[in-house]
Design a protein around this ligand. Structure first.
Ligand code: GDP
Ligand code: MG
Length: 164
């Protein structure tokens, strides 16, 4: 059939050094340069992805939150503090948007299994509290899971836009 295009604006947030930029680069280089495929579920997809860094986040927080349709919240599985950080970021997002924001939770650096500080079960529990999808990824090993987390969020955004 004729493709309609669905646009999603995605903001990626998390503590410093958890791999936010690495994940975005992984996803974009895989999807849009070497394996360019602009359709998903028979619809053409336009994703705008905003990568953020610490300082900028605190200055532009409200603007980023209003701009975005959904959020990728990233912690590193070897960094317990980063896990606590995503909780406070999520709380802040909900306050600004005045609703349970659409997000996916990502435990990155799963290749560092010997350094694990945040077990899978804790990530799963937090995601279940937030009623969102949960992924464990490695931006250095890379895999389908990275594409899948962006696609899942895009699909959620599309679903909500169709209801509204
Ligand atoms: P950001 O501050 O969240 O954007 O983090 P970066 O993407 O800049 O990554 C911070 C550091 O962690 C860099 O040295 C990356 O190479 C490294 N890194 C990112 N993702 C992974 C991963 O999945 N596994 C490992 N072992 N290192 C990673
Ligand atoms: Mg970065």
């Amino acid at each position: 059939g004729k493709n309609k295009s669905v646009e999603s604006k995605i903001c990626i947030l998390g503590g410093p050094g958890v791999g936010k930029s690495a994940l975005v680069v992984r996803f974009l280089t895989k999807r849009f340069i070497w394996e360019y495929d602009p359709t998903l579920d028979d619809e053409s997809v336009v994703m705008e992805i905003l990568d953020t860094a610490g300082q900028e986040w605190s200055i532009h927080r409200e603007g980023h939150v209003r701009w975005a349709d959904g959020f990728v919240l990233v912690y590193a599985i070897n960094d317990r503090h980063s896990f606590e950080e995503v909780s406070s970021i999520k709380q802040c997002l909900d306050e600004v948007k005045k609703t349970n924001v659409q997000c996916v939770l990502v435990g990155n650096k799963i290749d560092l299994l010997h350094e694990v500080n945040v077990p899978t079960s804790e990530g799963e529990r937090l995601a279940s509290d937030w009623a969102c999808a949960f992924f464990e990824t490695s931006a250095s090993d890379g895999g389908e899971d990275i594409s899948e987390l962006f696609h899942e969020l895009h699909r959620e955004i599309r679903r909500r836009k169709m209801i509204e």
